[in-house]
Design a protein around this ligand. Structure first.
Ligand SMILES: NC(=O)c1ccc[n+]([C@@H]2O[C@H](COP(=O)([O-])OP(=O)(O)OC[C@H]3O[C@@H](n4cnc5c(N)ncnc54)[C@H](O)[C@@H]3O)[C@@H](O)[C@H]2O)c1
Length: 308
């Protein structure tokens, strides 16, 4: 499998690291407008291969021509969030960058699955869908997978159970209007409140957990100027699901065309992910309160899209 990463900054580099050390991919191509920086990262990674037990993939730094016939293309290129900016401030500048990038990517890899990470991630994915011929199942956004990881981590601390054993998501939008559909969340098969009551734990403060989940990225950003480990692990998780045709359920940003009553908008909902990208969009009956939150996400994303 050949994976190309466009944008070798903090996030792209971390994704390449996970691919080099833990995946089965045979070729990794790195592209960045700062070519020397990408070269340095790839050379540095090449010096890990004598000591790692991974597949020793072919490592290439190149222009778009070298990405030809990629199975997966990950896009992390773009302007970085500046202190005091919201993800929403990036809309205009990143729209222009990504329209250009997706044209080049499609020219060389029309059959690839494209995973977008650049923020605001769902809106930028829709911008690229409009600027290309990729079908919605093969041009998707990392969506709320990172928010879901943060949520599960926080919930895990409350119930004192490994987060991999918990079930739940953050959905809607990777931004201020992301929400937790508690009607979907389960611990040991039980609703979270029921599990806590039966196991001597205090009930969860739902609003507090949502607030902490949404603030987690900003708290990291304030201290180190970016977030990269969690999002890179999220993208690696998507790549593995595709590579192994897992048919795992992941909350990703996908173009909704009537699902959940939403027409023509990329939003994060539970998707079945395997070979070829999003194989199915799952349907869930939200409670009235969750549905209100979902509509708030929809309105927020439509507002941002109008800025693009
Ligand atoms: N979706 C998420 O959950 C999530 C999480 C973290 C970061 N992000 C987003 O991912 C993006 C990358 O974050 P980062 O921390 O790696 O930023 P970064 O500034 O470290 O890296 C961005 C890279 O893109 C390159 N670049 C810019 N324009 C380019 C172009 N036209 N062609 C090729 N390369 C280009 C830059 O040279 C730089 O190396 C940002 O938009 C950030 O907001 C998203």
């Amino acid at each position: 499998m050949k994976v190309s990463v466009i944008g070798m900054g903090a996030v792209g580099t971390e994704i390449v690291g996970l691919l080099v050390h833990m995946s089965e991919v045979t070729e990794i191509v790195a592209v960045d407008k700062l070519r020397e920086r990408a070269e340095a990262e790839i050379w540095d990674f090449s010096h890990t291969t004598p000591f790692t037990y991974a597949k020793n993939p072919r490592l290439v730094v190149g222009e778009y021509a070298e990405t030809a016939d990629s199975d997966i293309v990950v896009i992390t290129a773009g302007a970085q969030l500046q202190q005091g900016q919201t993800r929403d401030d990036l809309v205009r500048v990143n729209s222009r960058i990504l329209q250009d990038i997706i044209g080049r990517v499609e020219r060389h890899s029309p059959g690839a699955v494209v995973i977008n990470v650049t923020n605001p991630v769902d809106v930028m994915t829709q911008v690229m869908l409009r600027a290309s011929s990729y079908p919605r199942e093969r041009l998707l956004s990392a969506g709320t997978l990172i928010d879901t990881a943060r949520f599960l981590r926080i919930l895990a601390e409350h119930v004192k159970i490994d987060p991999k054993n918990l079930y739940g998501y953050m959905l809607g939008d990777h931004g201020a209007t992301g929400f937790i559909p508690w009607s979907l969340c389960r611990v040991c098969g039980a609703e979270v409140d029921t599990f806590c009551r039966l196991n001597g734990l205090p009930p969860v403060d739902r609003e507090d957990i949502r607030r902490r989940t949404l603030e987690a990225g900003f708290r990291i950003f304030e201290r180190k100027g970016n977030t990269n480990h969690g999002i890179a692990a999220s993208v690696f998780r998507i790549i593995r699901a595709i590579e192994c045709n897992e048919q795992s359920i992941l909350p990703l940003g996908v173009l909704l065309q009537g699902e959940y009553g939403v027409a023509d908008l990329v939003m994060s909902v539970p998707c079945v992910v395997g070979r070829g990208g999003v194989q199915r969009i799952l349907h869930h009956e939200f409670t009235p309160e969750e549905d209100t939150q979902f509509r708030a996400s929809e309105q927020h994303l439509r507002h941002l899209l109008a800025l693009a």
